[in-house]
Design a protein around this ligand. Structure first.
Ligand SMILES: Cc1ncc(COP(=O)(O)O)c(C=O)c1O
Length: 418
């Protein structure tokens, strides 16, 4: 087990972590069972080599372009901009862009990470894939790459999430994955991840675990971030082409934090860029166990192989967390976000269930884009933030998933029958 006293290598940069033992400041590390340690070290070795292997990078770039459909467009959300300017004072109301990662194959950013990790699994000679999923988007992306590369796949999903994300459960089934509904705890993402880790410890020899967010033991947080950073790298180029300069403001929703860190990371050392991560405020931050805002309502602890901010009760027991959105109700967050929160490079805020539901409908009506409930949290915050910014401010929100999976849940919340 590593000590939390290690330091990020270059104190003048926000973009060089983690250190060699997987720490971002005091967050991260590698808190895993002895049985997993050799595998984790093997994975780290393979990933380090793959990163600097032009053949690996070329294969990934080809899959990103021709299988996932990257680059995802940068879209000027004109009517959303007009809407926010209506409530702003003269000269205010940021110009709002969406980074359209919901247009990727399988409907979210999750495919970016899965393509990278499946290539690694193949390099490592693994013959069986497991994964956890909350909203089912990661599960669908994993089942998709397993179908493509002909590997058997088992997905752990909380029983509550199986119920609220039925369309994705059926998609995974069609893609040939075995879905294990997890009934322990609240039957949500945390419980699914517990079970996936148990499976991994038991089947370490042949099994590769594709973690779906920028959390877990080192090297997962850094590796998932690297695969997702294609979002921010593309954005730099696209914004230069569209406006001739970098964006001023970035906004993304935070579950475990993979879409957000993918957008943020390439801009962390551009100090003029303001960065906001939006956690799930559920029923409100004041309601105990009524939200999933681990940085705004939690404290540091260890879960799922890393030290990070966690929702905990007075005795340090992990709380279940709540969000209208299955992808955001994880009671922790990736360790790099915990560090960016403590160093204040990124501002972490929250949107409630109600605000997300309203933003979901607003985006659908104004832009003709049905967003997933996860980025609807980011959009809810954008509707508050944009009117306070000058009209010259270039704001980009990561529209990281499409809402097809959520229409039944939204109908329920709106009291409508479909
Ligand atoms: C569309 C979508 N956005 C966001 C998330 C949250 O994950 P992360 O914070 O890792 O991006 C999920 C998780 O399932 C998701 O499906």
């Amino acid at each position: 087990m590593s000590s939390p006293k290690t330091r990020t290598p270059n104190p003048n940069s926000f973009a060089t972590g983690p250190d060699e033992r997987g720490y971002f400041g005091m967050f991260g590390g590698r808190f895993v069972a002895e049985t997993l340690m050799p595998l984790i070290l093997d994975l780290e070795g393979h990933y380090t080599r793959a990163k600097s292997d032009p053949a690996f990078q070329a294969q990934l770039a080809d899959l990103n372009a021709n299988y996932a459909g990257r680059p995802s467009p940068l879209y000027f959300a004109e009517r959303m901009t007009e809407h926010c300017r209506k409530s702003a004072s003269e000269g205010f109301g940021a110009k709002i862009y969406f980074k359209r990662d919901e247009l990727n194959h399988t409907g979210s950013h999750k495919i970016n990470n899965c393509l990278g990790q499946i290539l690694l699994a193949l390099r490592m000679g693994k013959t069986r894939i497991i994964a956890e999923t909350g909203a089912g988007q990661h599960g669908v992306a994993v089942a998709t790459v397993c179908a493509k590369f002909d590997l058997p796949c088992e997905i752990y999903m909380g029983a509550t999430d199986v119920e609220r994300q039925k369309p994705n459960v059926f998609r995974m089934h069609l893609l040939g994955a075995k879905i294990n509904a997890v009934t322990s705890g609240a039957g949500t993402l945390k419980d699914a991840m517990n079970e996936a880790l148990r499976d991994w410890v038991t089947n370490v020899k042949d099994t590769y675990y594709i973690i779906g967010t920028a959390a877990g033991p080192h090297p997962y947080p850094a590796m998932v971030r690297d695969f997702q950073s294609v979002i921010g790298r593309e954005l730099r180029q696209q914004m230069m082409a569209a406006e001739g300069r970098l964006p001023d403001t970035l906004v993304a929703c935070i579950g475990g934090g993979s879409n957000a860190i993918g957008l943020f990371h390439p801009f962390l050392d551009d100090r003029t860029v303001k960065i906001f991560g939006v956690e799930a405020g559920g029923h409100g931050l004041g309601v105990e166990n009524g939200h999933a805002a681990s940085m705004n309502g939690g404290r540091p602890g260890v879960l799922h192989g890393n030290r990070t901010y966690l929702l905990q009760d007075g005795d340090g027991q992990i709380l279940e967390g709540h969000s209208i959105s299955a992808g955001l109700d994880y009671p922790g967050v990736g360790p790099e976000h915990a560090w960016l929160h403590d160093t204040k490079r990124v501002t972490y805020v929250s949107s409630t269930d109600k605000e997300a539901l309203a933003a979901f409908q607003l985006c659908t009506k104004l832009e003709g884009i049905i967003p997933a409930l996860e980025p609807a949290h980011a959009l809810a915050y954008v509707t508050k933030l944009a009117p306070t910014l000058p009209d010259t401010d270039l704001l980009v929100m990561n529209l990281c998933g499409r809402g097809d999976k959520d229409i039944f849940a939204v109908a329920d919340h709106l009291g409508m029958k479909i």
